[in-house]
Structure formats: C-alpha cells, structure tokens
Ligand binder design. Structure first.
Ligand code: PLP
Length: 450
C-alpha cells in the first residue's frame, strides 16, 4: 500500500483536535485513519485492508482511483480549475449533455449543485415556483439530505433536532411489505393500499396546496425497499391528476447502483424532476444536480430562476462526471452491476438468509441490497429497536465490529446491514466479501431468541 508523508499519530491528533465530524458526539468517536484506497479496497496505516461493502456513503460506484477519472481531473486542473456558473464551459456542457441523454423522458436540462441536499433544496424550490403551491409530501423511512428543506423532508430521526413546522412538509407511508403499514399480505395488495393511502393524504391535505411529492425511487439508507410493480406509475398518475410535481430523488439509486442508469428505468416511469449526486462522478469531486422537465424549464424561460451556487457546475467536478460516465459506458459498469445482483449477490444473500436465524429478509437489485436483521424470524422483531443507541444497539455494534475485524467494511443503519459495494467490484471480491458477511452474521445470530 501507498505510504503517506504523515504519521498515523499526527493524523489522529489533528483530527481529534480540529475536525468536527458529521452526526457525532465529538468526544465519543474514534475515526479510523485511512492511508489510501484503490478499487473496492481502502487501507489503514498498519496496512490492514478493508473490502468496502458500503462504497463509502454509497457513492464510489466506480470504486476508488479509477485511472481514467483521476487523469481527467488532473488534466482539467492543469487546464482550468474554476469558472463562475454564468459562463458556458466545454466540460460543463459535456457533463450536462451526457447526463441529460441518460435521464428519462424530456428531463433535458441540468441544474448543477455541489451535492444531494442542495439538489433536493433546488428541486423543491422549482416545484413551489412552478406550481405556486407550498406543501411537499415525502415518506417516513426516507433520507433526502441535511440542509433546511432536505432535513425536513427526511423521514428518519435525523430530522427531529432540526424540525420546523414552517417547512410545509407532510409525511406519508410508502410501500414496505415486510413491515407493511397497511397490513398487506402481497406486493399487489401493498401497492394498491399504499396508493390509496397517498390518494387520501392528498385529498385531506388539499391537492391545490401541494407543490410536490418527493420519493426515493428505491429508498436507500432507509432500507432499500424496492417498490412493488405499479407503485411509481400510480404516484405519477396521482400527481398528474392534481397538477403536483413528481420529484424522484436518485441521489443514491442513480448512476448504475441498481443495474440501470436510474432506478426509475426499472419501471419505465418519468418524473418531472430527478435529483442526483454521488454516483454521477463517484464523489471524486463534489457534484450533484437536478434534471428538469421541459415544462418546468419553461417556467423559467423568461422569469429568472431564483437560485444559484458559486460552484454550480464546477469544472473539476464536471470533468470527473464526464470521465465517469464515459468509463461506465466503455466498461459496461451498469450491466456489470445488474449481472452481480442477479447472479452473484442476490443468490448468495438468499442462501445466507436461509441459514441465519438473524436474517429476516434480504431485498434489493444490482449492487443495492439490504439484510433486515431480526431477533425472531416469525415475529420480525428487529434485532435492535428503532433508533437505538448505546447498550440497546449492542447487537448491531458487535456485528459491525466483527465485519471490520475480518476486513469487511459494512454499511449499517438501525437493524439493517446493506450490501452496497462499488458497481465495479469483481465477482471474486464480491464472493470474498459475502463469505466475510456470512461469518460476521453468526455474531448477530447469538442475539436471536428463536
Ligand atoms: N438524497 C438521498 C436519497 C441520499 O441518499 C442522500 C445522501 O445520502 C442525499 C439526498 C443527500 O446528499 P448529500 O449528502 O450529498 O447532501
């Protein structure tokens, strides 16, 4: 592994003294110091390697240090590092064209941001101005980012400290058959009842007050609940009926993650706005954006759009996006993710679920999978309670520690672990990681009651 010029002690010391970390009680954390990364692996200062089954925060869809993307960023840096958003720039134009060619329907204009939350902020702003309405509907069990509107839209406990009654957000339940809010027994029933629930929510909130419905095409951090066939099309229909803007948040599910360019492609649904980030350039340089339909773009044809960011469409970020999308195309990375899901990860997880008493359900597609860990398969009681911390969360903490000890870096959220490796992971690496996961699950099994 690559050796850096800094000693482990210096890195840790300055981190503890000066870096204020996300989502953390600062005195209670001990961040792993990472010395380098390549492909599906990263390693620490002792040279211990971790196979990254989390793709960092589900963003390194092409793995670490892809040579074509590194070269593109280096070349762009040598040529032109930065330009204000008001100029037409070759690399920005090209990134927008490549993205617009892949988004469904007439979503042909791209507003660039620095990440996912800003994409959501701007999509909501566009929807409100386009409709002249304020309210936005989003689901419980969702994550849309940590800025003002985005955190209020979020349907998980991270919203609670920032909650604002003025935000104009109403939450509803999306489809999730394993823990159905509708007492449904089949996917078809879940779909029908979830759509009826949304129709009721719209009726009781007042359709004429609702600017947008925002959904993750496949909810990510909240549990990779692949929607039943017909659900997204049904939401599209409800939005059309009431003049509501349909926003699909593809920040996590976009750019190959599900084995298609966008998860919405699985169901042939075209929303009015798509938010993206993460996989658009695997996070090599921060980038996100909103893909905009012709009708919404038209609203701002002669009326100025009241939003902007100093680094919107940053040349380095756009160069990384162009090289990423081209590499994904040339190397068949989206197809590879689909192949892994159907032939490697999916079958292995189904087999793991059969053998482990702690695995209540596995679900997903492409390189986007969740294992729902339970105390008891019959009652489906979660292995740890919702939003557990400290001692109550010990079974999940022990499971995560077992993964890390064995050299597997897991994605863990509440009572779930997600299998979300880079879309470029080789079959051999995927099988190696799945074997380590299999082993670590014996730790979770010890906490089952059945
Ligand atoms: N939307 C979804 C679906 C996400 O998964 C995330 C991040 O995980 C965001 C929005 C926020 O993106 P960012 O952290 O880049 O602001």
């Amino acid at each position: 592994p690559h050796v850096t010029s800094h000693t482990l002690a210096a890195v840790k010391d300055a981190d503890r003294k000066h870096v204020f970390h996300s989502w953390s009680a600062q005195a209670l954390i001990d961040p792993l110091a990472v010395a380098g990364a390549e492909g599906s692996y990263f390693w620490d200062y002792d040279g211990k390697r971790f196979l990254d089954f989390s793709s960092q925060l589900v963003n390194t869809n092409i793995g670490h240090q892809h040579p074509k993307v590194v070269a593109a960023v280096q070349e762009q840096a040598a040529r032109l590092c930065t330009l204000a958003p008001g100029f037409a720039v070759d690399v920005r134009s090209e990134a927008a064209r490549l993205i617009a060619e892949r988004t469904p329907g007439d979503l042909d204009k791209i507003f660039f941001t620095n990440g996912g939350a800003e994409a959501v902020e701007n999509a909501v702003r566009m929807a409100r101005l386009h409709t002249g309405r304020q309210k936005v509907l989003s689901t419980y069990r969702s994550y849309h980012g940590a800025t003002a509107a985005a955190i209020n839209l979020t349907g998980d406990p991270r919203r609670w400290p920032s909650d604002s009654a003025a935000a104009g957000v109403v939450h509803f339940w999306g489809p999730y058959l394993y823990r159905s809010a509708f007492h449904a027994a089949t996917e078809a029933e879940e779909c029908e009842r979830a759509l009826a629930h949304l129709a009721d929510t719209i009726a009781f909130e007042g359709p004429q007050t609702i600017a947008a419905v925002i959904l993750e095409s496949v909810p990510g951090t909240a549990g990779i609940m692949t929607p039943p066939a017909g659900y997204l099309a049904g939401v599209r229909e409800l939005c059309d009926r009431h003049g509501i803007v349909f926003i699909l948040d593809e920040v996590m599910s976009g750019f190959g993650r599900t084995g298609k360019w966008f998860a919405a492609d699985h169901w042939g649904v075209t929303p009015d706005l798509i938010t993206f980030a993460k996989g658009v350039n695997s996070g090599y340089v921060p980038l996100g954006g909103v893909a905009i339909s012709a009708a919404i773009a038209e609203t701002f044809a002669t009326r100025p759009y009241p939003g902007g960011l100093t680094y919107s469409g940053h040349p380095l970020a756009c160069a990384a996006a162009v090289a990423t999308i081209n590499a994904m195309e040339e190397e068949g990375i989206v197809e590879h993710a689909a192949h892994l899901g159907a032939n490697v990860i999916g079958p292995a997880l189904a087999e793991i679920a059969e053998r482990h008493p702690s695995v209540g359900e596995v679900r997903g597609l492409g390189t986007f999978w969740a294992l729902e860990l339970v105390r008891d398969k019959a009652t489906r009681e979660p292995l740890v309670p919702y939003n557990a911390s400290g001692a109550a969360n010990a079974p999940m903490a022990e499971f995560a520690a077992a993964c890390k000890d064995s050299g597997l870096w897991p994605f863990v959220n509440m009572n779930r672990t997600h299998v979300v490796p880079p879309c470029t992971i080789s079959e051999t690496e995927a099988k190696e990681g799945l074997a380590l996961l299999d082993e670590a699950l014996t730790v979770a099994d010890r906490h089952t009651t059945s």
